[in-house]
Design a protein around this ligand. Structure first.
Ligand code: FMN
Length: 216
């Protein structure tokens, strides 16, 4: 596999170079990044027991400086791209924030939450204009927020499966984030990912009877 060059005619954005060479790019393949990952030799151990991954996940706000491997970033992004979306219109976009300066600005935009400058920062934004249903705009916005939320959830679990931890940020100033990202798309969540400084036990949850309402 030859090295990827950012100028190559591959459908990946400038600044994000997946471990996929231009030769691997086939627009006919749905979710080409995931397809490439599955065809490649495994690059890291992955916990494939979904329920074990769910059980272990615990929000982390302290990340080590250890950089996250590109192959893991690829998988986190590919996972988001597998999530269901309304009408398969994929009404969301991911902003992969690499600049330290912009990460620091995001800390401020996220109510001064200092850990937002994590090794990997992904901002999931709604894009209702992609949702081509003939429904009122508020419905399209509702679909887009669900699309973006679900995709971020998939990424969060994928990160966990590879030994990474994450924190979901929902407390932010939308306009500040839009200004930082220079976009008109409204953010839905900020997902901060990295290697945890320490592994913590998962938090407890409520009783089943407080969770489930049975409707006869
Ligand atoms: C919609 C939503 C918004 C959240 N916003 C924040 C946030 O702004 N800052 C933060 O530190 N954690 C935030 N969290 C993380 C929660 O605090 C965390 O998921 C919760 O305490 C449960 O812990 P666990 O993820 O370890 O199970 C948010 C989580 C969700 C789902």
């Amino acid at each position: 596999m030859r090295d990827f060059h950012p100028d190559d005619d591959v459908a990946s954005p400038e600044g994000y170079a997946p471990q996929m060479s231009p030769d691997d790019y086939d627009p006919g393949i749905p979710n080409q990044l995931l397809d490439f990952i599955l065809r490649s030799e495994p690059s890291e151990p992955i916990d494939t027991d979904l329920f074990a991954v769910m059980k272990k996940r615990r929000s982390t706000r302290k990340f080590s400086d250890k950089p996250v491997e590109t192959t893991k970033i690829d998988k986190i992004i590919a996972a988001a791209d597998t999530a269901p979306t309304a009408g398969n219109f994929q009404g969301f976009e991911i902003f992969y924030v690499k600049s330290l300066e912009k990460k620091r600005a995001l800390v401020d935009a996220c109510n001064h939450q200092s850990y937002v400058d994590a090794p990997i920062v992904l901002v999931f934004c709604k894009n209702p204009s992609r949702v081509k249903f003939n429904f009122p705009p508020y419905v399209l916005r509702k679909f887009a927020i669900q699309d973006a939320t679900l995709a971020a959830g998939y990424s969060q679990l994928a990160a966990q499966a590879m030994g990474l931890s994450s924190i979901w940020i929902g407390m932010f100033d939308e306009q500040k984030i839009m200004d930082i990202l220079e976009t008109t798309l409204v953010p839905s969540s900020v997902l901060c990912i990295g290697y945890p400084k320490q592994t913590k036990f998962p938090k407890s949850r409520r009783n089943l009877k407080d969770l489930v309402n049975v409707v006869w």
